[in-house]
Design a protein around this ligand. Structure first.
Ligand SMILES: Cc1ncc(COP(=O)(O)O)c(C=O)c1O
Length: 390
């Protein structure tokens, strides 16, 4: 049969994370695979969306984002991240950080150029690099605390390197990059003229005093960084699809062109409501982090109790685990066993690695769930204690 699919689509598979959600629905399990909350978003933000629709913000917004939203993004980036920006020229509002990342990569990368990615990585970055024709270079984040080898990173930079992707706080590991680590990366970017794309969507989900530092705030990095973010995780609004890329005016001009022809714009009434989100009382962020810390502590205990080896996250809302000692053939077999027989959906570790065998003993849990959902999952997981090993 003639192959109609493009060569580029043959180089990657469907998202395993989203597939696990569909399998979970089939088995009516508890979904701890895909990272989205099962608790309500803040009422005042929802009311703002209803008001925006009633006020007829129902046609296209300005392609690169509603004026009020760009102003709110700039204000928040100044107070939280410490970087003043021009909302007229340095922000592109996109359909989630997912679109912000791919639009940015398409805007800067030429076919064959290299993009450095820390591994394990958020699943999307694999296809993202393929779609923009980049050659990914993976740098290992080493267990147990997910450090990177400075020498290995330094050696990865060369004349073909166009960009480095940093997800901080990190999914799936929960790593929060320290100032020293970021400075080391910044120095290499400055030395080689390499752009940094930083996905900071978990910037407010931090534990035990961990601090979020934006790479763009380090000396010299403001104009060499594309900072990507969205309302998805901070305000529990993953379905709204409102995100953005912050970059120098020159880079923003390119990002806006790609964004315009990919999606035209993010949903206008939800952009209007996102202004309310970004201007929410600052105490909201402390409460958010505190509630996630309670969930994290509870679920770490649950997992350890039933026999998982856990990696304690310092940020984001995932727990990476090692299950090599549990006797299953690999991570995929174990993930299917968990969803089909135990009733808990997870993500097999291999989906976060360039070579599946690297993640063959890992399973990722997410915990942005009501305590009662986590308790249900805990009850189900207890069956692991009595079930025979595979
Ligand atoms: C690191 C990371 N980046 C981006 C996304 C997707 O974000 P958005 O909903 O803004 O597209 C996720 C979702 O899980 C994520 O974990």
């Amino acid at each position: 049969m003639k192959e109609y699919s493009s060569d580029r689509t043959l180089k990657f598979t469907e998202s395993v994370i989203r597939e696990m959600t569909r399998i979970c629905l089939k088995h009516q399990g508890v979904n701890l695979a895909q990272g989205f909350p099962d608790f309500p978003a803040p009422m005042e933000i929802k009311e703002a969306a209803i008001k925006a629709i009633r006020a007829d913000f129902n046609q296209y917004a300005i392609t690169w984002g509603a004026v009020k939203l760009r102003q709110a993004i700039a204000d928040k980036f100044a107070w939280y991240n410490g970087v003043p920006i021009d909302p007229e020229k340095e922000i592109t509002v996109c359909c989630g950080s997912t679109e912000a990342m791919i639009s940015s990569l398409l805007a800067i990368v030429n076919s064959g150029e290299e993009v450095i990615v820390f591994e394990p990585f958020y699943e999307n970055y694999g296809p993202d690099t393929i779609l923009c024709g980049a050659k990914p270079r993976f740098i290992t984040l080493h267990e147990p605390d997910w450090y990177f080898d400075e020498k290995e990173l330094a050696q990865a930079f060369n004349n073909k390197t166009k960009a480095i992707i940093i997800n901080n706080p990190n999914n799936p590991t929960g790593k929060v990059f320290s100032r020293e680590e970021l400075q080391f990366i910044a120095d290499l970017c400055l030395k080689w003229g390499v752009l940094a794309l930083t996905d900071e969507i978990y910037e407010h989900i931090l534990y035990e005093g961990a601090k979020h530092i934006s790479l763009a705030s380090l000396p010299g990095m403001r104009d060499q960084t594309i900072t990507i973010n969205s309302i998805s995780k901070t305000y529990s609004l993953t379905g709204w699809r409102v995100g953005w890329a912050i970059a120098s005016a020159h880079l923003t001009a390119s990002i806006r062109k790609v964004h315009d022809f990919l999606t035209v714009g993010a949903p206008h009434p939800l952009q209007e409501a996102a202004v309310t989100a970004l201007r929410i009382d600052q105490s909201y962020y402390q409460t958010l982090a505190k509630q996630y810390q309670e969930r994290r502590n509870f679920f770490l205990h649950v997992l350890e109790d039933v026999g998982f080896r856990v990696y304690r996250p310092d940020g984001a809302y995932y727990i990476m685990t090692d299950v090599g000692h549990l006797g299953f053939p690999d991570d995929v077999a174990f993930a299917f066993y968990l969803v089909e027989k135990i009733g808990v959906a997870t993500v097999p570790g291999s989906s976060f690695y360039s070579v599946p065998s690297l993640g063959a003993t890992k399973i990722r849990f997410c915990f942005p769930k009501k305590m009662e959902t986590l308790q249900q999952a805990a009850e189900k997981l207890k069956k692991l204690k009595t079930a025979g090993k595979k």
